[in-house]
Ligand binder design. Structure first.
Ligand code: ADP
Ligand code: MG
Length: 757
């Protein structure tokens, strides 16, 4: 980057209130502010929504009746005729210099205010002949200027305007024109050689061309450059955050080679009833490398449902334990915590750790469970053994961070199903580690998500973490055949499939969106019920990257699990052993229902989304999801992951009534694909970036132009360039322009943290 580029800095424009512009008086300033435009920078980054391209306009004397045309003309006369019954006709005559045309609007009396004489408009519509003259009825209208300030531009920017605030697109264009003229040349953080190498236009060119293009092609190049800038600032911040975290940290160099002679990982892997997949071996290798290094690990592991993340998590914790540290695994629900605890106890049975206080100098590895419902007496004992170091691995819900849990020497932390947790909770767990952990060291951190997110989104949201992918399922899986039961025939098939599978010795899940019909509480198994004091709502939303949600639907009220169990027992599933599981049951009841289902003394489990994550019962081969249109793609994919875990064929039925087009796209995607990474792309496509970025991106870094879908190459480019820049100048001491922009877009606090030398 060039030393200090000259020219207008964004920081200067940010400090300049819009009222400094000649045309912006007090009233308009208020109106602009109500649209979120306070500074000249806000104004210049209020980009046109689209353009009226008058280069395509047809002259009125060349119009052909019956054709769809665009006419660009000036309003001559307007009249309003009231008809009986509150009906009205507005008649407008426009002229483009080649002739006049009549335009009529039915029942839109407000058009007389919009189409005043002298205004220049673009009209899109079908041309007819009426009384031997050309006319358009109810065309689409775009106001593009006024005859006084006659727009000579052939491409006119159309801004998001605000009727309520009383600011029109034309006024915005006028303010922007003045702002651009007064701004002059922009200082450019990308010097000429970099621009040439990346094919990006200069910032000056970009700002002019996005607002006042000569050709449509120019707007494409301009958008690219400005979108790049948005992504680049985010990536610079992420790369710096990553470096800063590494520089601050005092990590542990774990005993991955078992020099102590305690070979927990090796013994654990050797005792597994299966061989690791190549992906599991590779990822465990990556983690092993991080753990050995004295810098603490900050790694994100993405893996599709059923890819075998638990084994990777346990190996990670065991590396810490074999060197004499403790490990913690945090999961989002109690059901999952209990299940992981059972699974870990079974898989780690027989492993021993040194204990000089014991006869023989060894004792069995101790794996403990902590949830918010652990009884007080057990909890006190548990706290004690964590402090003394006689508990090796702690598995639990967010109770891990909300309680006064102190560790003797916490060495590694794994967070499962990260999408259900917030960033702040992740930070809290790590801090707990460094405070209570091994002599003030930072524990290594592995964050796992079972809900894949598209690569570009992962780079933008988790770009400060290293990244591993489990992109392979264990062999012998039969992916579930998914059917969308939009009519009764398929729904009938679903229930007969359940009966047939149960007859064959298998099991089934029935999932309902609610606990009881008509209530509007989403069941979350004690996870961050919004409004509880355990979590602020903001945390919940933040963590819920593609998490639980109940989507609106216009049809009948959603089914509740309680009512559905009763209905099925009396109807379609009469004679079967049908259990009920939801988050409002008492913990002991939940546990016993789950246990009964696991050992096969229940045929069918009617449940809420408490079973969404992680529940592992290989004999379950059918799932029926009721009101499936109320769930998001990621959640349905998670739910479906509960079946198809064994070698037997499996089915997933998505039962709905009539659905919206959006919902239909989601359901079709699930029918079509079992690939979580592919589905994540579709989800991003359907839902846009807002949901992905969530509260993770604080400050002003909203993506206004950049799209994580369309601009994948720009995300890569931004990442590469950010890496180069920060490597050459870690605190941006020699890059004041970029440092200044970071302050504007990531917020002062974050920037202070990142930029301090
Ligand atoms: P997830 O990645 O969804 O958390 P799990 O860790 O729950 O997946 O694993 C799903 C199932 O696959 C479990 O029953 C687990 O024992 C099994 N499994 C894990 N790794 C392998 C493997 N390499 N070969 C066969 N089965 C495996
Ligand atoms: Mg899992």
């Amino acid at each position: 980057m060039s030393p200090t580029p000259s020219g207008r800095k964004l920081g200067q424009l940010e400090k300049l209130p819009v009222s400094e512009l000649r045309w912006v008086g007090n009233r308009k300033r208020g109106a602009l502010e109500s649209m979120g435009i306070y500074s000249v920078l806000d104004l210049l980054t209020h980009y046109p929504r689209r353009y009226a391209d008058r280069t395509n306009a047809v002259a009125i004397d060349a119009l052909v009746p019956g054709a769809i045309g665009v006419v660009s003309a000036t309003v001559q006369r307007v009249s309003l005729r009231r008809l009986r019954g509150h009906r009205s006709i507005v008649e407008v005559v426009v002229d483009d210099g080649t002739g006049e045309m009549r335009v009529t609007f039915f029942n839109q009396p407000w058009r007389t205010k919009q189409l005043v004489a002298g205004r220049e408009v673009a009209l899109f519509g079908k041309v007819d002949v009426y009384r031997s003259a050309m006319q358009m009825a109810n065309p689409v209208v775009e106001i593009i200027g006024s005859a006084q300030a006659r727009q000579t531009r052939r491409i006119v920017p159309i801004y998001a305007q605000s009727g309520r605030a009383g600011i029109s697109s034309i006024e915005l264009a006028r303010y922007v024109t003045e702002a651009l003229a007064r701004a002059g040349e922009f200082a450019d953080p990308l010097d000429e050689p970099r621009r040439a190498a990346t094919g990006l236009v200069s910032r000056t060119e970009a700002f002019h061309a996005i607002h006042e293009p000569e050709t449509m092609a120019e707007t494409v190049a301009a958008r690219r450059r400005l979108a790049f800038d948005e992504l680049f600032r985010i990536q610079v911040a992420l790369v710096m955050r990553k470096r800063a975290a590494a520089a601050d940290a005092r990590g542990i160099s774990h005993d991955v080679d078992a020099r102590s002679g305690v070979r927990l990982v090796e013994d654990f892997l050797a005792a597994l009833p299966f061989a690791l997949t190549a992906a599991q071996s590779r990822v465990i290798g990556e983690i092993r490398h991080d753990l050995a290094s004295p810098e603490p690990m900050h790694r994100l592991l993405q893996g599709d449902v059923g890819a075998g993340k638990t084994v990777v998590a346990l190996a990670t914790l065991l590396y810490a334990v074999q060197g004499g540290f403790q490990g913690a695994l945090m999961v989002p629900t109690e059901v999952l915590a209990e299940q992981h605890h059972l699974a870990a106890q079974a898989m780690l049975r027989g492993l021993e750790v040194p204990d000089p206080r014991r006869l023989g100098g060894r004792r069995p590895i101790a794996i403990e469970l902590l949830t918010s419902r652990t009884p007080d007496s057990a909890r006190a004992r548990l706290h004690e053994s964590l402090r003394r170091g006689t508990a090796d691995i702690l598995i639990g819900t967010h109770a891990l961070i909300t309680e006064e849990v102190g560790f003797a020497s916490l060495g590694a932390v794994v967070i499962d199903e990260q999408h259900r947790f917030g960033v702040d909770q992740r930070a809290a767990l790590r801090e707990k580690g460094s405070a209570a952990g091994a002599e003030g060291h930072d524990p290594d951190l592995l964050v796992m998500t079972a809900t894949p997110i598209p690569r570009t989104a992962a780079m933008t949201v988790y770009g400060d973490l290293d990244y591993s992918v489990l992109d392979e399922l264990p062999p012998g899986r039969t992916p579930a055949t998914t059917r969308w039961a939009v009519d009764d025939t398929v729904e009938a098939e679903a229930w007969s499939r359940v009966r047939a599978e149960v007859a064959a010795g298998h099991q089934a899940f029935v999932v309902c969106p609610l606990v009881t019909a008509g209530s509007d509480t989403v069941d979350d198994d004690g996870l961050a019920a919004p409004g509880t004091d355990e979590f602020a709502d903001a945390d919940f939303d933040d963590g819920r990257l593609f998490g639980a949600e109940i989507l609106n639907s216009e049809r009948r009220p959603p089914r509740g699990a309680v009512d559905e169990q009763a209905r099925l027992l009396a109807g379609e599933l009469r004679g079967l052993r049908v259990g009920l599981l939801h988050g409002q049951l008492r913990p002991a009841d939940k546990e016993s229902v789950m246990a009964a289902f696991r050992r096969g003394s229940l045929d069918v489990l009617v449940a809420t989304t408490v079973i969404e994550v992680g529940v592992d019962v290989p004999a379950a081969t059918v799932m029926v999801v009721e009101d499936a249109d109320r769930f998001g793609i990621a959640q349905l994919h998670q739910l479906r992951g509960r079946v198809g875990r064994g070698a037997d064929p499996a089915w997933c039925y998505l039962v709905t009534g009539d659905v919206t087009d959006e919902a239909a796209k989601r359901l079709e995607a699930l029918v079509e694909s079992n690939d979580g990474f592919y589905l994540a792309e579709i989800d991003l496509e359907l839902r846009g970036e807002g949901t992905v970025l969530g509260a993770r991106q604080k400050g002003r870094s909203d993506l206004k132009l950049a799209s994580l879908r369309r601009d994948r190459d720009l995300v890569d480019l931004a990442r590469d360039l950010a890496g180069d820049v920060v490597a050459a100048d870690p605190t941006l001491a020699g890059n004041p322009l970029l440092a200044d922009e970071l302050r504007i877009f990531v917020g002062d606090d974050e920037a202070e943290y990142l930029l301090r030398s």
